[in-house]
Design a protein around this ligand. Structure first.
Ligand SMILES: *[C@@H]1O[C@H](CO)[C@@H](O)[C@H](O)[C@H]1NC(C)=O
Ligand SMILES: *[C@@H]1O[C@H](CO)[C@@H](O)[C@H](O)[C@H]1NC(C)=O
Ligand SMILES: *[C@@H]1O[C@H](CO)[C@@H](O)[C@H](O)[C@H]1NC(C)=O
Ligand SMILES: *[C@@H]1O[C@H](CO)[C@@H](O)[C@H](O)[C@H]1NC(C)=O
Ligand SMILES: *[C@@H]1O[C@H](CO)[C@@H](O)[C@H](O)[C@H]1NC(C)=O
Ligand SMILES: *[C@@H]1O[C@H](CO)[C@@H](O)[C@H](O)[C@H]1NC(C)=O
Ligand SMILES: *[C@@H]1O[C@H](CO)[C@@H](O)[C@H](O)[C@H]1NC(C)=O
Ligand SMILES: *[C@@H]1O[C@H](CO)[C@@H](O)[C@H](O)[C@H]1NC(C)=O
Ligand SMILES: *[C@@H]1O[C@H](CO)[C@@H](O)[C@H](O)[C@H]1NC(C)=O
Ligand SMILES: *[C@@H]1O[C@H](CO)[C@@H](O)[C@H](O)[C@H]1NC(C)=O
Ligand SMILES: *[C@@H]1O[C@H](CO)[C@@H](O)[C@H](O)[C@H]1NC(C)=O
Ligand SMILES: *[C@@H]1O[C@H](CO)[C@@H](O)[C@H](O)[C@H]1NC(C)=O
Length: 752
């Protein structure tokens, strides 16, 4: 059976072809099986001959070549029965500067497909690792849970404005090196590079970029990796990769009833594989050996003779008796105590009377010590509490708490609360995992109840020393933002190591979830709804861009657009993200939405948000993901389609109809304007928002000509600290101005 997929682009691709022969015969282990190859132990169920292995666990020993074990054409480094893992060597993908074309297009991209094999890529053991000075590499895979769906994620490595000076040995944090985790249970992956970056100016500095899925514990970053071929050379072009393996695709309960159940040792137990389908076997407690071998085999699970291993099973003062599955360490006759600790056995000489007397005085002493002990504990506790308070104050100072208080005093009441550590701890149930509602690069979000109100509390990643003042300044600005399409910042707590931000809680889904539902056809959003959500998000971004002290978002993506009641868009994730973004040369944006301009300039501008927004607009129009396994980003597919006039093929069939084509085309033109590189000619967020509002209205009129009804959205003018909003009405209707204070703005649902 051929195991690789044929959908691969042949260009630049050296495929690792996997062929697997599944033995049909029942497993019967022939005598005289070779159990080692090239210094690697090959325990059953693995074997170097189909007769010596369980189906699918057949390896070959390259006796004519390097003498090493291979799984088809992938070298096997080691096999662990206990961890149910195998380590193999997988090729490192690379992309080098091509002098004749001035592009990064001279390289090899490897891919691996382990479908229908016992192996899965270990999510805990590996990290997708990218090395380079101006590179964005992607890893793509089909996920096992949802056939047809796919994972694509990426990782960006840059050398920042300071060039190689900022490279640090050991730190793989985006400068010259970046790492990202993969999901559980994957059986295939492929790697490719984004070729949009012009590296002409740095190729002397860093000629090649590298990317591979690498055993996390085996990798340490060295500064010269980013500027030479040292990474590739160190690993000889192939990096170690950890694979989880399991038997079959049934659970323990099902497998136990089958004739080919593999846990055949009489002292073995079955465990469901933690990485997906199938099970693994282990020897029972107190036994060691190979659980996959029959009891009569000498290698099968055998009792551990603990008495012969006093290092791990000490019995220094007593007599050791081995028992099946354990041991018994007793004090010699005539003594009692705990024989497992040195000097733990005491001679048993005391008479009953003496024991009673000693017992009585012991009671008195115990009482006295107990009282003293309690006093000491009380003292200690109060000292600890004071220390904690001091520490809280320290964090408060560190995060610029005084400055915040001062600013708040100067500003007057801004409707912003500074919460105490205890309040936050109580509200989140001590940061209970149960309350986590979101986890991302910027921090973790908890659902919490504060003063009887449901809120979302975000634990920021730590902030930079030099940015402290700006952080506080931005908090003050953010807390004054009152816009119906911006998630409201209610307060903060600065008494933790990392600042906590308290936001209004938005009950419903994110735009990301809506798009996923749409893709699987479990939800149908009309063009009007999509344009309205886009317009509302655009107005929110336009609003924060146009504040007297503009705020940039820096990580605009559907997962950061929350949808409230009636699918009203609320842009979230200001605060930690915006604050981090400007300090660091390393982009923290999300692959797929990240402006290529940013990688070149290392300077966040409003135009970066416009680009990311353009990608969202494309997603709304096409229903496609920004990154796909086809190795082409949605933006390049779109740009090609616009040039070739094949846009219709790319659009989401759900929204295409004759009446809407005019509006869709105009929206597509707007999206392409947002995606222009370089970014200086992109429209402002304000213009994008107004255009989208116009298009939404045009669509509304087209779809429902009899009812030229209400039109969205909210263009906000800030007058002092009071926000007012204008509501637009379609047709000849007037424009009304309402004060936010006495009228809650309602966004009208377009979807019908
Ligand atoms: C299984 O073993 C046979 C005989 O050594 C070999 O020809 C075949 O390639 C092996 N299959 C795998 C998947 O290694
Ligand atoms: C066996 O080793 C040689 C080099 O020593 C290598 O070229 C060949 O690819 C190896 N065989 C397999 C199956 O990988
Ligand atoms: C492609 O890369 C190789 C090294 O990986 C180099 O020797 C070769 O000159 C490059 N070709 C071009 C056209 O840049
Ligand atoms: C260099 O780029 C040109 C133009 O894209 C391409 O035809 C050529 O194959 C590339 N060279 C290598 C070695 O990849
Ligand atoms: C890359 O940038 C250089 C200037 O740094 C320019 O001369 C060259 O044409 C650009 N290459 C491409 C392929 O755009
Ligand atoms: C790279 O090095 C070559 C040869 O040393 C030199 O001719 C070229 O100008 C350099 N290019 C850049 C961009 O520094
Ligand atoms: C990484 O893996 C290789 C191959 O198994 C091994 O030789 C090397 O010692 C490992 N290095 C570390 C740091 O674990
Ligand atoms: C389980 O494995 C058997 C044989 O290996 C195969 O026929 C069957 O389709 C697999 N089932 C699933 C759910 O993968
Ligand atoms: C230890 O062995 C003694 C004698 O063999 C037995 O009486 C005792 O119950 C054993 N203790 C435990 C904990 O098994
Ligand atoms: C004896 O001491 C060991 C090590 O301190 C401890 O783990 C064990 O529980 C003790 N046994 C008894 C019976 O107190
Ligand atoms: C939004 O949340 C409310 C309350 O939980 C629910 O009734 C409503 O169906 C949700 N709407 C969507 C579109 O998810
Ligand atoms: C404007 O629209 C509102 C709401 O639909 C309606 O109540 C009002 O009568 C309209 N005014 C005019 C002048 O059409």
């Amino acid at each position: 059976m051929m195991v690789h997929k044929s959908s691969m682009a042949p260009f630049h691709t050296l495929a690792v072809l996997l062929w697997l022969r599944i033995a049909i015969s029942a497993p019967a282990i022939a005598a005289g099986c070779e159990r080692s190859c090239g210094g690697v132990e090959i325990p059953y169920p693995f074997g170097l001959d189909p007769n010596c292995a369980l189906p699918g666990f057949n390896l070959s020993c390259n006796t004519t070549g390097d003498g090493k074990p291979y799984f088809v054409n992938v070298e096997v480094l080691s096999i662990s029965l206990l961890a149910a893992q195998a380590r193999m060597r997988m090729d490192i993908s690379k992309e080098c500067y091509n002098e004749s074309s001035g592009l990064m297009n001279n390289g090899t991209n490897w891919w691996l497909d382990l479908s229908d094999t016992p192996y899965k890529l270990s999510d805990s053991g590996n990290r997708f690792t990218v090395i380079g000075c101006r590179t964005l590499a992607y890893i793509g895979a089909s996920t096992p849970d949802d056939i047809g769906s796919s994972l694509t994620t990426g990782c960006v490595a840059t050398c920042g404005q300071d060039g190689v000076a900022s490279l640090t040995n050991g730190a793989c944090s985006g400068i010259g090196c970046c790492q990202t985790a993969i999901p559980k249970g994957l059986q295939n992956y492929q790697v490719w590079f984004d070729d949009r970056f012009n590296t002409t100016s740095i190729y002397n500095l860093s000629r090649c970029s590298y990317a591979a899925l690498v055993e996390a514990s085996n990798f340490t970053f060295f500064a010269n990796y980013a500027t030479s071929s040292a990474f590739n050379d160190y690993y000889g072009g192939q990096a170690p990769l950890v694979l989880d393996w399991s038997i079959g695709n049934k659970t323990c309960n099902e497998a136990q009833k089958m004739p080919d159940y593999a846990c055949v040792s009489s002292h073995s137990e079955c465990f469901n594989s933690s990485s997906g389908l199938g099970y693994i076997c282990n020897c029972s407690q107190g036994f060691h050996g190979n659980p996959y071998l029959k009891p009569e085999d000498p290698g099968s699970c055998k009792d551990i003779d603990e008495c012969k291993d006093p290092k791990n099973y000490p019995c220094p003062g007593g007599e050791c008796h081995n028992k099946p599955g354990g041991f018994n360490c007793t004090c010699p006759a005539g003594s009692r105590g705990n024989a497992t600790i040195p000097g733990g056995c005491r001679n048993d000489f005391l008479t009953l009377k003496a024991r009673v007397a000693i017992g009585a005085s012991a009671c008195v002493l115990a009482g006295l010590f107990g009282f003293l002990g309690w006093e000491v504990i009380r003292q200690k506790r109060s000292i600890k509490k004071q220390a904690l308070l001091r520490q809280n104050d320290e964090f408060f100072q560190q995060h610029g708490g005084e400055l915040l208080l001062e600013m708040m005093r100067a500003e007057g009441n801004v409707g912003f609360t500074i919460y105490d550590r205890e309040e936050i701890e109580a509200a989140t149930d001590n940061f209970s995992k149960m309350n986590i509602i979101g986890e991302g690069g910027q921090g973790t979000v908890y659902r919490a109840v504060l003063d009887g109100v449901v809120v979302a509390i975000k634990m920021c990643k730590e902030i930079d020393e030099s940015r402290r003042k700006d952080f506080v300044q931005e908090l003050v600005i953010l807390c004054r933002v009152r816009h119906p399409n911006v998630v409201k910042l209610l307060g903060c707590c600065l008494q933790f190591e990392a600042p906590m931000l308290v936001y209004e809680f938005v009950r419903n889904k994110t735009l990301q979830e809506l798009l996923d539902l749409q893709r699987s056809r479990r939800f149908h959003a009309t063009l009007g709804t999509r344009l309205r959500i886009a317009a509302e998000s655009a107005f929110a971004l336009a609003h924060i861009h146009s504040l007297p002290h503009p705020i940039l978002h820096g990580d605009v993506k559907p997962a950061n657009i929350l949808l409230a009641e009636g699918l009203v868009a609320k842009v979230s994730d200001f605060g930690c993200s915006t604050i981090d973004e400007k300090t660091q040369a390393v982009p923290k944006g999300t692959p797929g939405y990240l402006d290529p301009d940013y990688l070149l300039e290392y300077q966040l501008t409003a135009k970066n948000d416009v680009y990311s927004f353009g990608v969202i607009l494309l997603e709304l129009l096409t229903g496609k993901r920004p990154l796909s396994k086809e190795r082409k980003s949605l933006t390049s597919m779109f740009q090609e389609a616009m040039v070739d006039g094949t846009l219709l093929e790319l659009l989401d069939s759900d929204i295409v109809n004759e009446a809407s084509m005019g509006v869709i085309h105009q929206a597509a033109v707007l999206a392409s304007q947002c995606l222009v590189v370089p970014g200086s000619t992109r429209p402002t967020m304000r213009r994008v928002a107004e255009e989208l509002r116009r298009l939404a209205r045009a669509d509304e009129l087209q779809q429902y000509p009899q009812q030229p009804l209400v039109i969205e959205s909210h263009s906000f003018m800030e007058i002092g600290s009071t926000c007012t909003t204008s509501l637009w009405y379609a047709g000849s209707n007037t424009t009304g101005v309402y004060s936010l204070e006495n009228k809650v703005v309602q966004s009208t649902e377009f979807a019908r």
